[in-house]
Design a protein around this ligand. Structure first.
Ligand code: CA2
Length: 153
C-alpha cells in the first residue's frame, strides 16, 4: 500500500488576503504571508511540507482540494465566509476523504449569530477557533497527530 504523503494543503478562503491590512482588532496584524510561513515552519518540524492556496474564487479552492487527493495527507482550511454558506465546499472536502483541520482566527461561536453555523464542521476532525493566527500552528500539530496515528483528533 502506498504510504501517506507527508504534505499538507493549506487553504485560505475569500478575503483572507486582507489579513493584517484591514480589521486588525478582529484578525490581528499578521499577514497571509505570515500565516503561510507559520504553517510551513510548523509542518516542517514534523517532516511535512505545505502547498498553500488562497483565493477569492470558490472554484479555485475546489480544484485545489480535489488535486490534494493526488499528493497530500491532509488539509488545513480556513474557509473564511464560505464556512457559513457553502455546501459545495463541504462536499469537496468530504469527497476527497482526507483528514481536515478547520481553523478560524476569531471565535466564530462568540460573534454574530450567522457565524455560529459551519457547513465544514462535521467533515473536519480538528477544530480550532478563536486562537488568532497561532491557532493555525495548533491545527497543523493536531492534524499531523491524526495523520501519523498518534491521536484520534
Ligand atoms: O475568524 C476567521 O478566521 C473567519 O473564518 C474569517 C472570515 C469570517 O467570515 C469567518 O466568520 C471567520 C473572514 C475572512 C476575512 O478576513 C479578513 C481579514 C482582514 C480584513 C478583512 C477580512
Amino acid at each position: 500500500m502506498p504510504s501517506t504523503p507527508r504534505r499538507l494543503l493549506l487553504v485560505n478562503g475569500p478575503n483572507l488576503n486582507l489579513l493584517g491590512v484591514r480589521e486588525p482588532d478582529i484578525y490581528g496584524r499578521e499577514t497571509l504571508a505570515d500565516v503561510e510561513a507559520l504553517v510551513t515552519r510548523t509542518a516542517g518540524e514534523s517532516g511535512f511540507d505545505v502547498r498553500a492556496v488562497q483565493s477569492n474564487h470558490e472554484g479555485v479552492l475546489l480544484d485545489a482540494i480535489h488535486a490534494a487527493r493526488e499528493d497530500c495527507g491532509g488539509i488545513v482550511i480556513n474557509p473564511g465566509g464560505l464556512t457559513h454558506t457553502s455546501v459545495v465546499l463541504r462536499d469537496a472536502l468530504s469527497g476527497v476523504s482526507l483528514p481536515v483541520a478547520e481553523v478560524h482566527i476569531s471565535d466564530i461561536s462568540a460573534r454574530e449569530e450567522f457565524r455560529r453555523h459551519s457547513f465544514v464542521r462535521d467533515v473536519a476532525v480538528v477544530h480550532v477557533s478563536g486562537e488568532g493566527v497561532a491557532g493555525y500552528a495548533r491545527a497543523v500539530q493536531l492534524l499531523i497527530d491524526v495523520i501519523t496515528g498518534r491521536a484520534d483528533g
